[in-house]
Design a binder for this molecule. Structure first.
Ligand SMILES: [Zn+2]
Ligand SMILES: [Zn+2]
Length: 256
């Protein structure tokens, strides 16, 4: 699977972009920064956005992506997520107040967006990919997403604090090629990380032990560091020994 970083931070500045990752140039994991990074042609090639949860830093570019798609025409954009997150998007985002309801534009039979609810811990087909949401621990309904193209699976944590279910699922995936994993705050902000459902390097190190011996060398691609704490979090992450960790950077591209 081709994997491109469009945004990998827990905040925004000219040097930091909110989370969004592109698989095979046609599937997005979250929508924190799509339209500020991709050309119109590249945007048109996106078939689906798989949304981990309804927080603004993960969904905001659905707004312009949908608006542009309406003018570009072509097949509808699939927005896939767990039922609770889709309900949030319908009620609070595409509600004809904050933003038009693009699931009824240009008309109810020719929709710009199709919402696809994904049952937690059940594998569904999203534009040819097998996607399994696994509920994680955040401040709102949130799910890690396991995405398989049939030969390779990547796991995307979305935003989460400590959790067990995700790691249990990972143990059972033989063709797992990488875990895209969140970490947000420095160790001294552990309290804030706990109440906001995020990780510090210390809590992440504890969590990674749940990978067990069999998967201890799994590539772990880290994202969601808060820009204000970038340097200190990077220093603290460097102290986590014996793990195949990489801190993602903007424009990074991997074949997973
Ligand atoms: Zn969040
Ligand atoms: Zn976030």
């Amino acid at each position: 699977m081709d994997f491109k970083v469009l945004g990998c931070h827990g905040g925004e500045s000219p040097k930091h972009q909110c989370p969004a990752f592109l698989l095979d140039n046609r599937i997005c994991l979250d929508a924190g920064s799509i339209t500020n990074v991709l050309t119109l042609k590249q945007q048109q090639k996106i078939e689906a956005v798989i949304v981990s949860h309804g927080h603004m830093d993960h969904v905001r570019d659905l707004a312009m992506l949908a608006d542009t798609r309406t003018q570009q025409g072509g097949p509808p954009l699939v927005v896939a997520s767990t039922p609770g997150t889709i309900a949030v998007l319908k009620k609070h985002f595409f509600n004809d107040k904050l933003w038009p309801d693009f699931s009824r534009i240009p008309d109810p039979t020719q929709r710009t967006i199709i919402f696809q609810p994904l049952k937690p811990e059940v594998t569904s087909d999203v534009c040819g990919y097998k996607v399994t949401p696994v509920p994680v621990d955040h401040t709102v309904e949130a799910a890690a997403m396991l995405v398989s193209d049939g030969s390779t699976t990547v796991a995307y944590s979305g935003d989460t604090g400590p959790t067990d279910k995700l790691w249990e699922h990972l143990h059972g995936i033989d063709n797992l090629s990488a875990l895209i994993m969140e970490v947000a705050f420095p160790n001294e902000r552990a309290k804030l990380a706990t109440v906001s459902g995020h990780h510090t390097p210390d809590s992440l190190a504890k969590e990674l032990k749940k990978l067990g011996v069999k998967k201890r060398d799994l590539p772990v691609l880290l994202f969601h560091i808060k820009p204000v704490f970038q340097r200190v979090v990077e220093k603290e992450l460097a102290r986590i020994k014996a793990r195949n960790n990489t801190i993602l950077q903007l424009d990074d591209e991997y074949v997973l």
